[in-house]
Design a protein around this ligand. Structure first.
Ligand SMILES: [Zn+2]
Length: 67
Protein backbone atom coordinates (compact mmCIF):
# COMPACT_ATOMS: atom_id res chain seq x y z
CA UNK A 1 0.00 0.00 0.00
CA UNK A 2 1.37 3.39 -0.98
CA UNK A 3 1.71 6.11 1.64
CA UNK A 4 0.80 8.91 -0.72
CA UNK A 5 -2.05 8.46 -3.16
CA UNK A 6 -2.25 10.00 -6.61
CA UNK A 7 -4.92 12.43 -5.40
CA UNK A 8 -2.69 13.37 -2.48
CA UNK A 9 0.16 14.12 -4.87
CA UNK A 10 -2.08 16.37 -6.97
CA UNK A 11 -3.23 18.25 -3.87
CA UNK A 12 0.38 18.72 -2.75
CA UNK A 13 1.33 19.96 -6.22
CA UNK A 14 -1.57 22.44 -6.33
CA UNK A 15 -0.83 23.75 -2.84
CA UNK A 16 2.87 24.02 -3.69
CA UNK A 17 2.15 25.96 -6.88
CA UNK A 18 -0.19 28.28 -5.00
CA UNK A 19 2.48 28.88 -2.36
CA UNK A 20 5.15 29.60 -5.01
CA UNK A 21 2.75 31.91 -6.87
CA UNK A 22 1.97 33.81 -3.66
CA UNK A 23 5.65 34.05 -2.81
CA UNK A 24 6.56 35.44 -6.24
CA UNK A 25 3.67 37.90 -6.09
CA UNK A 26 4.69 39.07 -2.63
CA UNK A 27 8.34 39.36 -3.61
CA UNK A 28 7.60 41.41 -6.72
CA UNK A 29 5.29 43.68 -4.72
CA UNK A 30 8.01 44.18 -2.12
CA UNK A 31 10.59 44.87 -4.83
CA UNK A 32 8.28 47.40 -6.46
CA UNK A 33 7.79 49.14 -3.13
CA UNK A 34 11.54 49.17 -2.51
CA UNK A 35 12.18 50.55 -5.99
CA UNK A 36 9.64 53.34 -5.62
CA UNK A 37 11.09 54.32 -2.25
CA UNK A 38 14.57 54.35 -3.76
CA UNK A 39 13.69 56.41 -6.82
CA UNK A 40 11.60 58.81 -4.71
CA UNK A 41 14.60 60.08 -2.77
CA UNK A 42 17.89 59.14 -4.35
CA UNK A 43 19.65 61.32 -6.88
CA UNK A 44 23.06 60.92 -8.38
CA UNK A 45 25.44 63.02 -10.39
CA UNK A 46 25.46 62.39 -14.11
CA UNK A 47 28.88 61.14 -15.23
CA UNK A 48 28.59 63.16 -18.44
CA UNK A 49 27.29 66.59 -17.42
CA UNK A 50 27.55 66.45 -13.61
CA UNK A 51 23.90 67.43 -13.03
CA UNK A 52 22.02 65.85 -10.14
CA UNK A 53 19.37 63.57 -11.58
CA UNK A 54 17.06 60.84 -10.39
CA UNK A 55 18.06 57.46 -11.75
CA UNK A 56 14.51 56.14 -11.90
CA UNK A 57 14.45 56.01 -15.68
CA UNK A 58 18.15 55.14 -16.07
CA UNK A 59 18.87 58.31 -18.00
CA UNK A 60 20.07 61.78 -17.08
CA UNK A 61 17.24 64.31 -16.87
CA UNK A 62 19.48 67.09 -18.17
CA UNK A 63 21.42 65.58 -21.08
CA UNK A 64 19.82 62.15 -21.60
CA UNK A 65 23.03 60.19 -21.13
CA UNK A 66 22.75 56.66 -19.76
CA UNK A 67 23.63 56.43 -16.08
ZN1 LIG B 1 23.73 64.46 -17.83
Amino acid sequence: MMGISFVGLIIVAVVGLALIFGLVKGLSAMLGLFKSVQSGHATLACPKCGQQTSHANGRCDACGAEL
